[in-house]
Design a protein around this ligand. Sequence first.
Ligand SMILES: NC(=O)c1ccc[n+]([C@@H]2O[C@H](COP(=O)([O-])OP(=O)(O)OC[C@H]3O[C@@H](n4cnc5c(N)ncnc54)[C@H](O)[C@@H]3O)[C@@H](O)[C@H]2O)c1
Length: 283
Amino acid sequence: MLQLDGLGYRGKTVVVTGGASGMGEQVARILGELGALVHIVDIQPPKVPCAAFHACDLSDFAQVRATAQVLKAVAPIHFLFPCAGLPPHLKGALYCMRVNYIGTRLLVESLLPALADGAGIALISSDAAMGWQKNLAQSLEMLAITDPDEAYAWCEADPEKRVRDGYTTSKEMLVVWVSHAAVRYGNERRIRFNAIGPCPTKTAFMEQSLATGAVTEEFLDAWPYPSLGRMATAEEQAWPLVLLNSPLNGAVTGAFLYTDQGFASGAMVGAIDMAFMMGAKKA
Ligand SMILES: NC(=O)c1ccc[n+]([C@@H]2O[C@H](COP(=O)([O-])OP(=O)(O)OC[C@H]3O[C@@H](n4cnc5c(N)ncnc54)[C@H](O)[C@@H]3O)[C@@H](O)[C@H]2O)c1
């Protein structure tokens, strides 16, 4: 049992989506060891111990609403960790948008009445979102669509422009949504809302990306890893989520924290030579 009670999770109710694998699984494990009551939402059953598993496909909006309804019975929920997501080439770009952004947003918004005032939400975006500023006008247009079916129809109407590969856009949408909602949730309920942006991380997601050829070993080997000298592990992404969402970080909300070994900030100031991207496939 970890002895880090000061982080504020002991006896608290938390919900982790994607808790059956990878980063979400490690978040669920760590929080369980810190004494939290962990509810896992996923399409596959978890391997780590938890208070309850809620089978739910985030691409199915009726299931998402039903799961939120069930979770309201365990209110107040103190912390949310939306970790579920999938890479672009498994089920298509529109599906990727549906799970990574639209379904995830629907679950969070449906759970708002069940969240405690002062709750924390920390989700996973990606380094893929580092160009979010240049697409802000379109992202704000989509953000304004609050109904999930309407948001999906808006994507379907012009996928080439509004969805692109599905993954990058979904992760940019998460960053823009977090920044917006953090202000509103903070003012209304003192709820904090933050995101991390991981570098390539050794999980099932990455295995699937390699298997479909969306990413190559050569590309991953060429990626710069200043702090670890290698790809991150799921646990090395779970800790920043757990630390970010701790009430110790009362002044931190609306943050997009790159957990990418210095990649995005290095690229922005020219310290990282982006030439390695040329000719190599990436997710
Ligand atoms: N692995 C990486 O290199 C990397 C890099 C940047 C961001 N990310 C993001 O990290 C998050 C976690 O991914 P991971 O790397 O731990 O991968 P993972 O595949 O190990 O875990 C993803 C989890 O999401 C669940 N999930 C997938 N589709 C779902 C759906 N429709 N409904 C409910 N649950 C669903 C899966 O069952 C799985 O448990 C994802 O959002 C991913 O986009 C991953």
